[in-house]
Design a protein around this ligand. Structure first.
Ligand SMILES: [Fe+2]
Ligand SMILES: [Fe+2]
Length: 168
């Protein structure tokens, strides 16, 4: 199953992974024990595992949009100490800032409402408005699962041997 996850990750996310924005995310720590990039990879991996489970239940998920949303959901947090006055402001504003990063990274053809709404609402249920699409619900769940795993020293990005140039 892990080889399948890796191939899906590279199929849908390779351009993001190789981008300057994502590369720079390896240089900012996140959740104290991670980098923004490793956390984002972990969230994308957990999302894809959830997709495969749902597929077995005949529930189809827009995996390309979900993978892009997962890899980019926190990219707006880059430079947080210069950009935001405190953690609360960071908490509230980084989803919109991530959307701005995404709009500059991917083409207008690739950008869609699934990506936009999923990233905008990814802090739910810590923020009041839930995601509109099932992909957004998967993203919010995967974000929390990955964060807990990282805290426990079980980072999904480190456990799945990614064997990709970005990890070197
Ligand atoms: Fe976030
Ligand atoms: Fe996150």
């Amino acid at each position: 199953m892990s080889e399948h996850i890796k191939s899906l990750l590279y199929q849908y996310g390779n351009d993001i992974l190789l981008s300057e924005e994502f590369q720079s995310a390896f240089r900012q720590t996140h959740h104290k024990c991670m980098t923004v990039a490793e956390h984002s990879l972990g969230v994308a991996i957990v999302c894809l595992y959830i997709c495969l489970i749902l597929q077995r239940m005949n529930i189809s998920v827009r995996m390309r949009s979900l993978t892009i949303a997962a890899l980019c959901h926190d990219l707006g947090i880059m430079g947080r100490h210069e950009k935001y006055r405190n953690d609360l402001e960071c908490f509230g504003k980084h989803p919109e800032d991530s959307l701005e990063v995404i709009r500059n990274m991917i083409s207008a053809d690739e950008y869609n409402d699934v990506i936009e709404n999923s990233v905008r609402r990814h802090m739910w249920p810590l923020t009041p408005v839930p995601p509109k699409y099932q992909e957004g619900v998967i993203l919010t769940a995967a974000d929390k699962i990955s964060a807990v795993m990282e805290r426990l020293g079980l980072s999904p990005a480190r456990r799945l041997d990614l064997n990709h140039p970005i990890m070197n």
